[in-house]
Design a protein around this ligand. Structure first.
Ligand SMILES: [Zn+2]
Length: 488
């Protein structure tokens, strides 16, 4: 059988070995095989390859041309790995050329006849190449990701506030100013003591949308506040994905230990300063509670309500499988427990008139509030434009009355949210329409339980709770002892 011999050594392999040695050894093995199988060698193709590209392998190209021209009936090589390297399509070219010319591939171990589609060997060959290619792709990708992160590039989807761009060949991020303004506001507000639900409400009133959902939730705000990408940092290897077996489809995200994170200085610009980011993280740590099973109940009257019976502090306890909670004296069997939200309402109503009598000096305009106002006014302007356009769309017949009504409802809901947020802005001297006399009661609006607690502690020394079960039912009454009279 007329046979061509193909010898190839990659530059990468056998670094200890000189090129000549490897090729000589391979040649001896192949010549032995040829003798044993009584093959007639009609040509030798020998090359040292540095890349994996077929077009960087001139001898392979010459071999393919000769195979096509019917120079030989078989090609002898060390293993199929030597023959097929490069991309899948290039391996396809090699396989197709051999198959069409009816040329066999002979290795010292095995002979492949590619003409027979049903040939198991052919299938085996294909899967071999496919597997090889897949492994190669994975390896290249991992290396690519590592290299990109080490160079400060950013590969994942652009987080809120950024969009994808390239710095030369390096994928990275650039700032989307419309979103970045909200990101800055989120960090500022949180650092100034606002809670994530209030921040989410503010963003939604401004008409800001997160990337993959309709409205901002406290969780979405929290994720942004936690993401170091906003300080210009790139973190790689933060999570790993586990392919979940069994019924549940998809992957499970698992957070790696911090020691495993690869943190580099990113090529992208920061949206917030490291100092602000650190302040936000510190406040988050201070607020997070060590025990964390489900929803945490926070008592705005914590440390203030005492049992009238025994004088011990009463605790807020969650109800099993139900929202809300109840107040309980720590001493077992001391007094019946009472519903917490009823108690809180009673106490707030009793204390509100006092708060109303405490005037609050308007503070100097807070830069955080000024930015907030700017964003809200911009959102209002946008909304006005949308409302104007809506009428035009109806009049020009582009919108049906039904569609118009639907769109109008959405805009009205947005306007409502917006006005609510605008009302919460502190009165500024240049906004005479919102000037009103502020009292301590205004501080109660939108306050988190912790903030409310601070307010009550300033005002109240203690609250005695008398909870009794009489023959005509359960009676709860409170006796509030103030620190000082607000008139003083
Ligand atoms: Zn008690």
């Amino acid at each position: 059988m007329k046979t061509c011999m193909y010898l190839r050594k990659s530059r990468a392999e056998d670094l200890s070995d000189s090129t000549g040695d490897t090729l000589r050894r391979h040649r001896e093995t192949l010549e032995e095989t040829a003798r044993a199988m009584q093959l007639t060698i009609c040509g030798v193709y020998e090359e040292v390859v540095s890349g994996e590209d077929l077009y960087a392998r001139p001898e392979m190209l010459r071999l393919l041309r000769d195979v096509k021209d019917g120079v030989c009936e078989a090609v002898l090589c060390m293993d199929i790995d030597r023959l097929g390297r490069g991309t899948m399509s290039q391996q396809g070219v090699i396989l197709e050329t051999f198959k069409e010319a009816g040329v066999r591939i002979i290795t010292p171990q095995k002979t492949y006849d590619l003409r027979d589609e049903m040939d198991e060997d052919y299938t085996e060959l294909q899967t071999f190449f496919a597997r090889k290619e897949l492994k190669l792709i994975k390896k290249r990708m991992r290396r690519g990701v590592e290299r990109t992160a080490a160079d400060g590039g950013y590969l994942a989807n652009a987080p809120y506030g950024y969009e994808k761009t390239r710095a030369g060949r390096l994928p990275t991020l650039k700032i989307r100013e419309d979103e970045a303004a909200y990101v800055r506001q989120m960090f500022l507000s949180y650092a100034n003591g606002e809670g994530t639900p209030a921040i989410a409400a503010f963003l939604n009133a401004c008409g800001a949308h997160p990337r993959r959902s309709e409205a901002f939730t406290r969780g979405a705000v929290m994720n942004i506040l936690r993401n170091p990408v906003y300080t210009g940092t790139v973190i790689w290897n933060r999570r790993r994905f586990l392919r979940s077996g069994g019924q549940s489809p998809g992957c499970r995200k698992i957070e790696n230990n911090r020691e495993q994170w690869v943190v580099t200085h990113g090529k992208h610009p920061a949206i917030v300063t490291q100092e602000l980011f650190d302040r936000v993280q510190a406040r988050m740590r201070a607020r997070s509670k060590p025990s964390g099973t489900g929803r945490e109940l926070v008592n705005p009257f914590a440390g203030l309500i005492r049992c009238a019976n025994c004088g011990g502090l009463m605790q807020l306890r969650p109800r099993a499988n139900r929202p809300g909670g109840y107040l309980l004296c720590e001493r077992a069997g001391c007094c019946p427990s009472c519903d917490f939200s009823d108690a809180a309402d009673t106490l707030r109503n009793a204390l509100r008139p006092l708060l109303r009598r405490i005037p609050i000096q308007p503070a100097a305009p807070d830069p955080c509030d000024q930015k907030r106002e700017y964003l809200l006014l911009k959102a209002e302007k946008r909304l006005r434009t949308q409302e104007g356009r809506l009428c035009t769309l109806l009049e020009s017949g582009i919108y049906s009355p039904a569609l118009y009504e639907e769109r109008r409802r959405i805009l009205l809901a947005q306007r409502e949210k917006l006005s609510e947020q605008l009302c919460r802005l502190p009165a500024a001297p240049d906004n005479p329409q919102r000037t009103k006399d502020f009292t301590a009661e205004d501080a109660l609006d939108g306050a988190s339980p912790a903030e409310e607690n601070r307010l009550w502690r300033l005002l109240v020394r203690s609250i005695l709770c008398r909870s009794e079960r009489g023959p005509d039912g359960h009676h709860v009454s409170f006796e509030i002892q103030l620190r000082c009279s607000p008139d003083v």
